[in-house]
Design a protein around this ligand. Structure first.
Ligand code: B12
Length: 372
């Protein structure tokens, strides 16, 4: 096998498939695994108990997929080229904000398909080999692996940052049973003295740089958390109804972030400019229908209405909003009803809404379009 020719082929294919970078990591993850485990034991992971399942596999890629000796790590930008202005949406009255990664089709499927295509191309060149692809789906330390593959550094906001492409990308891997030359350089941590992500997190969820208090993170609260959202955090959530991008939007490295022209990531059902009144009105079957193929479907209708109710409670009161809440109430789940009631009280008592802190600058990808 001519390794240089293979790497050059992977590079070309990666570009053609819409990846913004790739690198190769070794599989010795014991030390990182121990740090990870110690970290887990010291924090409250809330409802993410799946994080503890098969935890020992995280440090042992060859147990997760037998005979793994190298890991190919890829970054896939997701910020859709054709979407409304994110900052406008964050401040738009009576609209909900959906994280940019969730506007289109479920990234697990989109990314995995591309990794399978990549593996098929490698097979054409090297013959049969054993592999398995991963995207946010198993006990894999994706950020540590990407860091070791030279794709960036884990920043103070706990996300992988890249000096040439920011952080609005997903990570995915191919575990392989043959040796490839591992990355010999790693990116330098370039967060410097910047603390924008810590300062402007809406719920102040960072305990320290590099340390997220998971159960305060809006992404956790609106996606992973199953029950009632703690009342003291609700007014801080603003109009974010699925995930949160703020610790990336204020990160100066995102002035280099890439847009994706991948049609799979284009907004569906106008999720990039969704009226809260419309969103609370969807009954369960409408929600399931509209969210078919979207990562949002996974949270289910009750949590969706819960999130939308909180966002409505954080708006300026209007008859239309109160009417929408009252209409949704009778058919809502118990969980959603409790939040709808809270929202109605909030709208009657606007003094409860704290003034949000606004950073001087936001950074969104504008110019660099990654063709796929
Ligand atoms: C669980 C999880 C979450 C949880 C917890 C996140 C967290 N930071 O812990 C929640 C639901 C909150 C979440 C939110 C988001 N997530 Co998430 N998430 C994951 C998942 C499944 C596991 C991450 C993990 O293991 N976290 C647990 C802790 C232990 O890991 P850690 O932060 O690396 O912890 C280390 C550091 O904190 C460090 N540390 C601790 N103290 C200190 C001190 C110093 C000085 C230093 C240097 C280091 C250090 O040591 C710890 C142990 O190694 C990964 C996919 C995967 N399998 O890796 C995606 C993943 C990290 N998420 C992703 C995304 C996109 C998001 C969101 C942006 C989605 C959104 N828009 O709402 C937000 C971002 C919020 C944030 N700032 O993290 C992407 C990130 C891509 C990237 N560029 O890095 C990933 C990689 C999924 C993917 N395949 O693309 N996520």
């Amino acid at each position: 096998m001519n390794i240089d020719a293979l790497l050059s082929q992977i590079k070309d294919d990666a570009k053609a498939l819409g990846f913004s970078s790739f690198g190769i990591s070794h599989t010795s993850l014991k030390e990182a695994g121990q740090k990870h485990q110690a970290w887990f034991e010291s924090i409250d992971v809330g409802d993410m108990d799946y994080m503890q399942r098969n935890a020992h596999l995280r440090a042992n890629p060859s147990e997760l997929h037998p005979n793994t000796v190298s890991i190919l790590s890829f970054t896939l930008p997701y910020w859709p080229e054709k979407s409304s202005n994110a900052l406008e949406q964050l401040n738009r009255a009576e609209h909900g904000y959906v994280s940019r990664y969730a506007l289109g089709r479920d990234y697990h499927k989109v990314f995995k398909k591309k990794l399978e295509q990549m593996a098929a191309r490698i097979r054409e060149t090297v013959g049969d080999f054993s592999y398995r692809v991963f995207v946010d789906s198993a006990p894999v330390m994706e950020q540590t692996i990407a860091e070791q593959a030279g794709l960036g550094w884990v920043g103070k906001n706990t996300l992988l940052l890249n000096a040439k492409s920011g952080s609005f990308f997903f990570l995915g891997e191919i575990f392989l049973d043959f040796k490839l030359p591992i990355a010999d350089t790693q990116a330098k941590n370039s967060c410097g003295s910047c603390t924008q992500c810590l300062d402007f997190c809406p719920t102040q969820a960072f305990r320290n740089p590099y340390e997220l208090e998971v159960t305060k993170c809006i992404s956790y609260l609106t996606i992973e958390h199953h029950g009632s959202i703690p009342e003291e955090l609700r007014p801080l959530i603003g109009n974010r109804i699925y995930g949160c991008d703020d610790c990336q939007l204020v990160c100066p490295w995102n002035k280099f972030a890439l847009l994706s022209d991948n049609a799979d990531f284009s907004p569906r059902n106008q999720l990039d400019e969704l009226s809260l009144i419309e969103a609370i009105r969807w009954n369960e079957s409408e929600f399931l229908d509209k969210m078919a193929g979207s990562p949002i479907r996974r949270i289910g209708h009750a949590k969706w209405q819960r999130n939308v109710a909180v966002a409505i409670g954080n708006q300026k009161a209007s008859e239309a909003l109160i009417d929408a809440l009252n209409k949704a109430y009778p058919l809502a789940s118990e969980l959603a009803q409790e939040h709808i009631q809270w929202a109605i009280e909030q709208l009657k008592n606007p003094a409860n809404i704290p003034e949000a802190k606004t950073p001087k600058r936001y950074y969104v990808p504008v110019a660099n379009v990654l063709k796929s």
